[in-house]
Design a protein around this ligand. Structure first.
Ligand SMILES: Nc1nc2c(ncn2[C@@H]2O[C@H](COP(=O)(O)OP(=O)(O)OP(=O)(O)O)[C@@H](O)[C@H]2O)c(=O)[nH]1
Ligand SMILES: [Mg+2]
Length: 391
């Protein structure tokens, strides 16, 4: 079963209550306060896991509760801390707050990272910790704080470098199987592939690209016809789109027509999405009618066309080389874009780093580890007008 959208109820543990208690022993007439503190409640922590590719585990566990902290007891016994609950979440999951208009809390796209999604309540202090020289018999203790509680919508958007887009039966899965170990099912009927499958290809230069096989699209997909727009979101994040066409066509379909309709579906789903397309896989070139259609296709589009016969692995090596180079080019372009540092200042205990790129500010708390290359920074450039303390 593949699950890529699910509602979950998340509840961090409450803090335990502090205790009011006094020492009572036979020969100690006025024993002091000895009420222990409550333990902190456990937090719910999402761990972005590269080995998980679906939200299916949560289907059987939609209520995610961390344990409460124990109450404090007499004789200075503190309550136990509640255990933190770690939940594996596939990379590419967008987390939304249902009770807050589906506000996007975060985008978990960094494998290995952790996020405290609901923080456990603080344990309450027992009366012992209220004792002062002025008040030796405090009859006061705190209640534990409530753990945070959220109703979340988790939506997985596959992360891959390349997305294969085509009508059902065009040969997308056959192509992916021919170049990777994806093991996607292929068959001569439409909608064989029912959920996105990501194939990984390792190159001799130790680079790697990932290609997502997405269920077939048909006219009206953006309006949820066929397997629908549901699956279009899995190509939103791909860097490169590849159209896969059945060059033989069928009685009621023509590859040129398919191309136009595929583009239209993409753009109706998300404006200019089709601009990400860089090539066409003209598949099933082993059919006699395909050559003529290929000539027509060449005249009709400026996109690069690779004629292949996926079933026989013919032509697929060239495709791989091309995709490899394109992905590397795009990755390099990304690394090159280092935003310029404009200003750094403290604000409410955090360090705010003001970058010139897109006016994109972000802040770090003192616990965060962060590396920054200060060599290129021209401190004289800093804006002295700022009323925050400069670092
Ligand atoms: N003759 C021929 N048949 C092919 C070729 N590539 C794929 N096929 C056949 O076309 C049919 C559909 O292939 P799939 O790879 O399942 O197609 P798909 O695009 O993944 O289809 P959906 O998952 O339904 O969207 C299968 O029967 C394949 O064997 C090819 O190059 N030549
Ligand atoms: Mg398929």
């Amino acid at each position: 079963m593949f699950v890529d959208r699910i509602k979950v109820y998340v509840k961090a543990g409450n803090g335990g209550n502090g205790c009011i208690s006094f020492r009572r022993e036979k020969y100690v007439p006025k024993g002091g306060p000895n009420g222990g503190n409550g333990g902190d409640g456990g937090s719910v922590i999402f761990v972005v896991d590269a080995g998980t590719s679906s939200l299916v585990d949560l289907k059987f566990n939609q209520h995610i509760d961390a344990t409460h902290g124990g109450n404090g007891l007499g004789s200075d016994m503190h309550g136990n801390r509640g255990d933190d609950l770690y939940v594996k979440i596939p990379a590419g999951t967008v987390v939304m707050d249902i009770n807050n208009d589906n506000y996007q809390i975060c985008d978990l796209d960094d494998p290995g990272s952790e996020l405290v999604i609901a923080k456990g309540g603080k344990g309450g202090r027992g009366n012992r910790s209220f004792a002062t020289s002025a008040n030796r018999i405090p009859r006061q203790a705190e209640e534990g704080g409530s753990g945070e509680e959220l109703v979340l919508l988790l939506e997985l958007k596959t992360i891959a470098d390349v997305g294969l887009v085509g009508y059902p039966n065009a040969g997308k899965s056959t192509f992916l199987n021919s170049i990777s170990n994806s093991g996607a099912k292929t068959a001569s009927y439409p909608f064989t592939t029912l959920n996105p499958i990501v194939g990984t290809i390792d190159f001799p230069d130790f680079t790697r690209i990932t290609i997502a096989d997405i269920p077939g699209l048909v006219e009206g997909a953006h309006e949820n016809v066929g397997l629908g727009h549901h699956f279009l979101r899995h190509i939103e994040r791909t860097k490169i789109l590849v159209y896969v066409l059945d060059m033989n066509g069928t009685d009621d379909r023509d590859p040129l027509d398919d191309l136009v309709k595929l583009k239209t579906e993409l753009d109706l789903y998300e404006e200019e999405l089709s601009d990400r397309a860089c090539m066409i896989l003209a598949n099933k070139m082993d059919y006699p009618g395909s050559a003529e259609n290929l000539e027509r296709l060449r005249k009709a589009t400026d996109l690069q066309i690779f004629p292949i016969t996926a079933e026989l692995r013919e032509g697929v090596e060239d495709v791989l080389g091309f995709l490899h180079d394109r992905v590397m080019e795009l990755n390099k372009a990304k690394v090159k874009h280092v935003p310029k540092l404009k200003n750094i200042y403290r604000k409410e205990g955090a360090i705010v780093i003001d970058l010139e790129a897109d006016g994109d500010d972000f802040s770090l708390s003192p616990e965060d580890e962060f590396e920054f290359d200060f060599e290129d920074v021209d401190y004289d450039d800093f804006d002295d007008e700022t009323d925050e303390d400069e670092v």
